[in-house]
Design a protein around this ligand. Sequence first.
Ligand code: SF4
Length: 373
Amino acid sequence: MPSSLATKNRAQSVTEDGAARPTLLLAWYDRHRRRLPWRLPPGEAADPYRVWLSEIMLQQTGVKTVGPYFEKFLARWRDVEALGRASLDDVLRMWAGLGYYSRARNLHACAVVVRRDHGGVFPDTEEGLRSLPGIGPYTAAAIAAIAFGCRTMPVDGNIERVVSRLFAVEQPLPQAKPLIQKLAATLLGDTRAGDGKSRAGDSAQALMDLGASICTPKKPACALCPLNDDCVARARGDQEIFPRKAPKKTGTLRRGAAFVITRGDELLVRTRPEKGLLGGMTEVPTSDWLTAQDDKAALKQAPALKGVARWHRQAGVVTHVFTHFPLELVVHTASVPARARAPEGMRWVPIATLRDEALPNVMRKVIAHGLGL
Ligand code: SF4
């Protein structure tokens, strides 16, 4: 038999026999699940607050980075009631450094709604969860499955990769999402023998773990995979081409200037508007960020401060990549005499207490560059 035909037949036979996958997957999870701060030991009922908090933090951020933030939040606000009573400023401050700050605002808004409208108890259906701020279809499915055992499969990037390889999904993302969702649902396990509880959450977490530790983007460790006998991409030997992706659009570079102004051991800062990019976060004054910004025009937008004899342009630029565009900031520094007043809408903060400010990563870079830290 020609080898291409043999491969095709092999691919067909493995797709026909997928009945054992959910059981194999759960058996693997029971032995190899990752120990994560938000996961309770096997058999213990999941706490919806921990599941929700971790899922919001894990949107766009990796497990390693989220771990310490999760512990910090849990130590400060032990349940959703406590978080719902906190101020948005405190939540933003605790979130600083984790990025994508609209998540922090939604986290707070959601806690307020759960406390005010739901008696401090999360709704236990996907639909109910989706009505809350910051909870989209994926997060609702994840919380419903993990915290409440609903028979639903949340599909994140890891699961997309595993499923698209397992079934060799040729359609590119994002168009393939509904198909992958449907195929992923075939991997949901049954109820647990003994207590009859749904294991949907474990099936989802098993796939997440498999994608994170074995079915990795490059060089998947197929020899260790519980589904390796039944994986079309492995049978064909072309695992790394999945998931297929439509060509990426990259944002256009924006440029601007940032002004690092000191008064003794204090720094001039302001708070960004509540709505929009980095809403409510602290920043040093900057010019507009424009695609066609030139350095002279940007410098003209420096804050009007008495006592600035001249601006010092720091060598190099600070670069940062946001979801939709990359940014390049030229940093200008100046120092002003003691008692110089902050322009309207700005304030002086001691450099020593900057860590208590809700500073986004781009501003940490700018300040470090400007102060030579
Ligand atoms: S066999 Fe390999 S490619 Fe297929 S799901 Fe397992 S790790 Fe991924």
